[in-house]
Design a protein around this ligand. Structure first.
Ligand SMILES: NC(=O)C1=CN([C@@H]2O[C@H](COP(=O)(O)OP(=O)(O)OC[C@H]3O[C@@H](n4cnc5c(N)ncnc54)[C@H](OP(=O)(O)O)[C@@H]3O)[C@@H](O)[C@H]2O)C=CC1
Ligand SMILES: CC(=O)N[C@@H](CCC(=O)OP(=O)(O)O)C(=O)O
Length: 341
């Protein structure tokens, strides 16, 4: 295996998970190249001191030549860097891209939200969506979902698929700052973020709007309109998503739909009635915790989901997808046990 972007947050979390993966522990999976951009030449320990077993590994430059020859390549690179590398890797190499390059099926949506050449789309790394697991088995190219679309899609797919809501969904997601990556930005300085919560990318401007719409429309079999509001919160990781959509079913009927959809899912947990998801319970875990209720006065289904953006929202989805692609047990290397308090 190789990890490109190993000095970044996504790459670091992939490595954290791989270090305890049963196939890594037995030696069936081995770590080859770890690469970076400007930080090539430094050691991994300078960037991820929590990954002690790999502290002395030297990061290489990110080139297709460096990544070639590995059976599995994880790409944790900024958007727009994956396509050129992936096309130079063997078709037999399992390439798992954490970026957005291959997520969208609609080239017009790509043009509007990303721009530049549309690279196409790959099997989408969210097995919990209807038909999602089957598409990943044996796949050699996988597009890992964005962190916001993971929570929102898992929260609303059962409702739109069962037709218990009108196809108009409102999503508000509160994210920790690691969702923005670790490259320095003034608006992510501690002094800007601490003690303040702010919305951004409102009214359809955020690039995850078409990705959520794509997922929910596929689950529903009809177009589902999405209004998405991301919110940045002063915490390092975690996303709490609240979704709502018009409904006429009761809370008990809605819960039954979710129970059926997710009872057999290893990572999605519908919490007991009255218990609400919180990011603090899923940190470091690949779990998604959900609560489902109906606001009868407003006529709205309300679904709340908590994930760790770096685990289920990125690296956990990447490892879960790898497990399906190469035939490991789907849950290998992934835990539903969080770190708390
Ligand atoms: N953070 C999150 O919660 C999520 C992230 N993702 C996606 O994962 C990908 C990585 O994100 P994240 O880890 O947060 O970002 P980071 O900024 O933390 O890491 C980016 C990584 O890419 C390397 N890099 C940057 N520019 C280049 C370049 N031009 N050529 C080669 N390598 C380069 C960096 O190396 P160096 O240290 O040398 O600069 C670093 O290793 C992105 O596409 C992101 O959208 C997806 C879902 C959630
Ligand atoms: C808090 C924060 O800034 N989050 C990022 C989304 C992170 C993510 O999942 O994104 P990709 O689509 O980039 O892979 C943002 O809003 O741009």
């Amino acid at each position: 295996m190789a990890v490109a972007g190993a000095s970044g947050y996504a790459g670091g979390e992939i490595l954290r998970l791989l270090l305890t993966h049963p196939a890594y522990v037995t030696g069936d999976l081995r770590l080859g190249s770890l690469t970076a951009g400007g930080n090539a030449g430094s050691t991994l320990g300078e960037h991820h001191p929590h990954l002690l077993p790999l502290a002395d590994r030297v990061l290489s430059a990110t080139t297709a030549r460096e990544l070639a020859g590995h059976d599995i390549v994880f790409l944790g690179l900024p958007h727009g860097n994956s396509a050129a590398i992936a096309e130079q890797l063997s078709e037999e190499t399992v390439v798992i891209d954490c970026g957005a390059d291959f997520r969208l099926t609609d080239s017009a949506a790509w043009d509007r939200y990303y721009g530049g050449e549309y690279a196409g789309h790959w099997p989408y790394g969210l097995p919990e969506l209807p038909g999602g697991r089957e598409r990943l088995i044996g796949a050699t190219r996988i597009a890992v979902p964005g962190c916001y679309p993971t929570g929102a899609s898992i929260a609303m797919a059962p409702a739109v698929a069962a037709g218990i809501v009108e196809p108009r969904v409102t999503v508000v997601s509160i994210s920790g700052t690691s969702g923005a990556g670790r490259a320095p930005k003034a608006n992510l300085l501690g002094s800007e973020v601490m003690g303040s919560v702010r919305a951004y990318g409102i009214a359809g401007a955020h690039r995850h709007t078409p990705e959520i719409r794509q997922n929910l429309s596929a689950a529903a079999g009809t177009d589902v309109v999405v209004s998405f509001t991301p919110v940045l919160a002063p915490m390092p990781r975690g996303i709490l998503t609240t979704c709502s959509a018009p409904t006429s079913v009761t809370a008990a009927e809605a819960r039954e739909v979710y129970r059926k959809a997710y009872d057999a899912e290893p990572f999605v947990h519908l919490l007991p009635e009255g218990q609400l998801p919180q990011t603090g319970s899923v940190i470091g875990s690949n779990a998604v915790t959900l609560q489902v209720d109906v606001d009868t006065d407003a006529g709205l289904l309300v679904v709340v989901a908590a994930i760790d953006n770096l685990t289920k929202g990125t690296a956990g989805a990447a490892v879960q997808s790898m497990n399906l692609a190469v035939g490991f047990t789907e849950t290998d290397g992934l835990s539903t046990v969080g770190v708390a308090p």
